[in-house]
Design a protein around this ligand. Sequence first.
Ligand SMILES: NC(=O)c1ccc[n+]([C@@H]2O[C@H](COP(=O)([O-])OP(=O)(O)OC[C@H]3O[C@@H](n4cnc5c(N)ncnc54)[C@H](OP(=O)(O)O)[C@@H]3O)[C@@H](O)[C@H]2O)c1
Length: 196
Amino acid sequence: MRIGIFGAGGMAEALGGQWAKAGHEVMVAARDRAKAAEISPRVGTWAETARASEVILLAVPAASVTEVLAMAGNLAGKVLIDCTNAVGPGAVLTVPDQAARIAAAAVGAHVVKAFNLCHVDVWRMTPPVFGGRPLAVPICGDKVGEVSELVRDLGCVPLVAGGLDRAALMEATMAFTVGLWFDGHDAQACFPPLPA
Ligand SMILES: NC(=O)c1ccc[n+]([C@@H]2O[C@H](COP(=O)([O-])OP(=O)(O)OC[C@H]3O[C@@H](n4cnc5c(N)ncnc54)[C@H](OP(=O)(O)O)[C@@H]3O)[C@@H](O)[C@H]2O)c1
């Protein structure tokens, strides 16, 4: 798959690095080209990276997505993975529906919410398996085939969880569980196993 990554921070390095190892062509666009080159030898401008890619991971802070998408230009037909978390102090959402905001800015793109629930260190694990159970990764969007493949490339299990209209629930889930974790609670212990 030809994957573009917007941003060269932790999430870009963790996910992009794993996908490159899995054999995908990864191209990175970032303000700092030297940082981008640490992730992949293929570095482009925002627009070059957009044009060259079938799937793009948007891995910049939530507050900068509109600015970055404007620099990227036409994204019609591309799968745009939104892993962003618009969360502020006290684990509250600073934007009520970040994925919808991204979809409005990236006209014609297939926005897919994924990879926002876990800390970057989890995405660096090869593979993320806990208690013998591979990590399940919820995906919300209307074109989920490519993202499901990219989830499997991490050794995780894709969990198709509805359309982009469900993405705000994933964003709220992230804020709620992060709040629990920060307070020292085991968020996973809130949920009974499926047979129950
Ligand atoms: N870290 C996590 O555990 C985690 C987990 C799940 C989801 N996320 C989400 O993933 C996204 C990326 O997180 P991260 O941890 O990778 O962040 P990060 O390490 O801080 O990297 C952010 C990247 O975005 C770039 N950037 C910042 N402001 C920009 C702007 N105005 N225009 C263009 N580029 C800009 C930074 O460039 P410079 O280096 O030039 O500043 C950097 O390349 C965020 O939305 C975050 O909420 C993070």
